[in-house]
Design a protein around this ligand. Structure first.
Ligand SMILES: [Zn+2]
Ligand SMILES: [Zn+2]
Length: 49
């Protein structure tokens, strides 16, 4: 489970390999398996995840 800075919690999965995404302060949201980076909007606050 990932938690956004606003407190919203969600699970994201990679569209390529279905792995759970992880968040890193430098890279942002990405897949640890295939390295794909994902930009998404937080459903809780509408800002970038
Ligand atoms: Zn992946
Ligand atoms: Zn948020």
């Amino acid at each position: 489970m990932l938690q956004h800075s606003c407190g919203y919690e969600a699970n994201f999965h990679c569209k390529n390999c279905q792995s759970p995404l992880v968040h890193d302060d430098r890279i942002g949201l990405h897949c640890p398996q295939c390295g794909r980076r994902i930009t998404t909007i937080c459903p809780g606050c509408g800002r970038r995840w």
